[in-house]
Design a protein around this ligand. Structure first.
Ligand SMILES: [Zn+2]
Length: 79
């Protein structure tokens, strides 16, 4: 998936990025909803840059998990 395809998965609205509050209102997407006890759910919004960074991190974690599985599979076949 390229950057644009990833960004197309999200709904974009004007808001403040949780990592770049100094930027002010920019085009942001909801990446998470926090629900503190006794309070209403609060949306965590991220700008395009941060959405890409979060997606990259997710895919890296998934890829690492996958390669670990492959390694353990080849270990099994050797026995
Ligand atoms: Zn940001």
């Amino acid at each position: 998936m390229d950057r644009q395809q990833i960004l197309d998965l999200y709904d974009w609205q004007l808001g403040v990025c949780f990592r770049h509050p100094g930027k002010g209102a920019v085009s942001t997407a909801i990446v998470k909803t926090i629900r503190p006890r006794g309070e209403e759910g609060r949306d965590v919004r991220a700008c395009a840059e941060c959405v890409i960074a979060i997606e990259d991190m997710r895919r890296e974690t998934a890829a690492r998990r996958e390669s670990e599985d492959l390694t353990s599979d080849s270990d099994d076949s050797r026995h």
